[in-house]
Design a protein around this ligand. Structure first.
Ligand SMILES: [Zn+2]
Length: 313
């Protein structure tokens, strides 16, 4: 799970019922009142606090996560493990952060006389999730320093590189897309022109969208979309819609990606994205839009040839 260590440690305490709930404290004779500090309606056992309490029920409902609330009978960990298998990755992360949030809120109620607020808890979880995603070192994206050359995909996978060229004065951008196979041969390429593009950042987002659309239209079913715009790629991979000016384009990229059976997004340093970069610059010279199947302009063919795994260069 891509969550910080503190959330994992909290989850470990939750799973093993090591949280100092009132019920646990009373067992150790450290507390007399074992009433749930949030709802005051039930003993504050782990399953009540994190599952059955009105507060937790509403919080999970807000994230559309189904709780299987059959009786725990002291086998909390068993229930937790079984419930977790019903969740997808995003729901697992949300649940772990929610557990963390519930405990945080619960402590504020106990120690600071705060009141329980579902909107506040939801905002807390959403903000934490966003914070974790932004600070995440992106283990799945190759690290910035490790890769400076274009690398061919494995057999059966098509690598789709995209890049944009942007002209500030005319507000015109060119999206270039180059699709290559495991031997580095160009399967398809294309250039599309966009008008009224606000900035270079937006131009990159358009190029990424073009890459996914083109791969889908040509009929590739197993692709890696690769570009040198880390910001765009991070937004495409994020679970959240951001509020930046490119969010509608990011939304379209995610929708277009659903039409492809297997698709992933990778970041490569500029040097590894050379062919797409050259093709984007070519945009000014060619009639746009233009598409090529199993070929590309001469200069692009030559640049791609140099990057082939078996290249004599
Ligand atoms: Zn309660």
């Amino acid at each position: 799970m891509k969550v910080p260590a503190k959330v994992k440690i909290h989850m470990w305490r939750v799973a093993n019922n090591y949280l100092p709930t009132r019920s646990n404290l009373r067992v150790r004779r450290l507390e007399v009142d074992d009433n749930c500090p949030i709802c005051q309606h039930s003993e504050e056992k782990i399953d009540h606090l994190l599952r059955d309490c009105m507060f937790s029920t509403q919080l999970f409902a807000a994230f559309s996560i189904n709780l299987q609330n059959y009786p725990v009978d002291g086998r909390w960990l068993e229930w937790l493990a079984s419930w977790f298998t019903t969740l997808n990755v995003k729901q697992k992360v949300l649940s772990m952060i929610s557990y963390w949030a519930i405990w945080y809120m619960r402590n504020r109620i106990v120690h600071e006389n705060a009141t329980a607020s579902i909107p506040e808890a939801c905002a807390f979880v959403a903000a934490k999730l966003r914070e974790f995603e932004e600070n995440e070192p992106d283990q799945t994206l190759p690290s910035v320093t490790s890769k400076v050359k274009w690398e061919a995909p494995t057999e059966g996978v098509v690598k789709v590189n995209f890049d944009a060229a942007y002209d500030q004065a005319s507000k015109v951008s060119f999206s270039a897309v180059v699709c290559r196979d495991n031997e580095g041969f160009i399967l398809a390429a294309g250039i599309v022109q966009h008008q009224n593009v606000a900035d270079a950042f937006t131009a990159e987002a358009w190029a990424c969208l073009q890459a996914v659309r083109m791969a889908s239209e040509v009929g590739f079913i197993n692709i890696i979309v690769e570009g040198d715009s880390l910001t765009v790629l991070k937004k495409v991979r994020s679970h959240f819609l951001d509020n930046s000016i490119i969010s509608p384009i990011i939304h379209d990229i995610k929708e277009a990606a659903k039409t492809i059976a297997s698709i992933s997004f990778g970041f490569v340093k500029r040097e590894g994205n050379l062919v797409a970069h050259l093709l984007a610059r070519e945009g000014r010279q060619v009639q746009c839009p233009q598409f090529w199947i199993e070929e590309a302009p001469q200069s692009i063919m030559e640049a791609a040839e140099k990057e082939r795994p078996q290249s004599p260069y």
